[in-house]
Design a protein around this ligand. Structure first.
Ligand code: ATP
Length: 333
């Protein structure tokens, strides 16, 4: 499916010798012509995402394995995607756990991760908070409030929302990969946990709002900060924090095995690191994230695993390994 991280996914699959099929609604986007190493071998053009349900048999007959990414699951709809009878990389059960904010919190808490505090009653806002509408994607519509009055002024009636402590620090989006098949590496539960890369998202308008003035000044003229992702910036973490990174990843994987049979493949912990060097995790994305896109030819971490690796390529390697060992059922659902 085009968009999100698909240039990288097609590129990685080709590097590992797979034939590639690009699924698109309407005509294939022209920019794929500009990137021959990422252009799929063939296109499947659909009228809309629902048509995929009707074409499932065709895809199964061609031995297609779907690689889900954020946009695909969002456009298709979580429920439809779960019902789609085409093998898909990863454990589909994770969808419910990561898309439902209550279940996500239960999972990460049980794993022992620190999350931003949740404020149940807006009257209890005594520190800056971020208000997240349920179902909003890519930070759209979120707002910051510093007290109850500001909250009341900004909240849109009739929408459900979560109020979270606004964590001040630096944002790090950690891109892990859990392989239930490989044995050499940082072992976790019979498989290995890899740290492939990290990014920080560029978000408009908050990330460059200070070019125009302080947030208070901007709000005085009716401009509020927004959190719409526009791109991704590569990051390297100070090395002394890496043990914490692996510890968090390990706990999340172990808890996922207990709760729903385990995460497989790429996942991302979205964190803020405070000046006390504490990670506060505000979200998990349990699939490839677009923040891996700066690393099509390796990252400072992947270079220490294998040169010229990307998350897209790593997914293809896992499928190849599983197919050769007759274990596809363990990495696909
Ligand atoms: P996506 O699904 O694309 O990850 P989303 O709609 O679920 O996005 P979040 O990732 O929860 O939204 O938040 C969007 C942005 O808001 C984050 O990238 C970060 O910049 C900011 N943010 C979220 N939670 C917090 C927090 N508790 N403290 C400070 N900033 C936060």
């Amino acid at each position: 499916m085009t968009s999100h991280s698909s240039l990288q996914i097609f590129h990685g699959a080709k590097q590992e010798g797979f034939r590639t099929l690009g699924i698109t609604v309407g005509k294939p986007p022209r920019h794929y012509d500009a990137f021959p190493l990422s252009k799929p071998d063939r296109w499947l053009e659909l009228k809309d995402y629902h048509e995929l349900m009707d074409r499932a048999d065709e895809l199964v007959a061609e031995n297609v394995i779907l690689i889900p990414h954020g946009s695909f699951v969002e456009y298709m709809g979580g429920k439809n995607y779960e019902k789609l009878p085409v093998p898909s990389f990863g454990n589909k059960q994770v969808l419910e756990w990561e898309s439902n904010r209550t279940m996500e919190r239960e999972w990460l808490h049980a794993a022992g991760l620190t999350m931003p505090e949740e404020i149940k009653d807006p009257k209890d806002i005594i520190q800056p908070v971020i208000v997240k509408y349920h179902g909003a994607k890519g930070g759209r519509g979120f707002f910051i409030a510093k007290n109850y009055h500001e909250f009341m002024r900004k909240i849109e009636k009739g929408q459900s929302y979560t109020i979270q402590e606004f964590v001040l620090g630096t944002r790090y989006y950690l891109h892990y990969f859990f392989s239930p098949l490989r044995e050499q590496g940082y072992s976790v539960d019979g498989g290995i946990l890899e740290m492939l890369s990290m990014d920080r998202r560029d978000e408009a308008n908050i990330d460059e709002a200070n070019r125009l003035g302080s947030i208070n000044e901007l709000e005085a003229v009716g401009i509020s900060p927004t959190f719409v992702v526009t791109g991704n910036i590569p990051i390297v973490l100070r090395e002394s924090l890496l043990p914490k990174v692996f510890d968090m990843g390990e706990k999340v994987v172990k808890e996922s095995i207990k709760r729903f049979g385990g995460l497989v493949g790429p996942f991302c912990l979205e964190t803020v690191v405070t000046d006390q060097l504490e990670f506060k995790v505000f979200e998990i994305s349990a699939r490839i994230v677009a923040g891996t896109n700066p690393y099509i030819t390796g990252s400072p971490y992947m270079d220490l695993i294998e040169p010229n690796l990307s998350t897209g390529r790593r997914i293809a390697q896992e499928i190849r390994l599983a197919a050769d060992a007759g274990r596809l059922g363990e990495v696909c659902s």
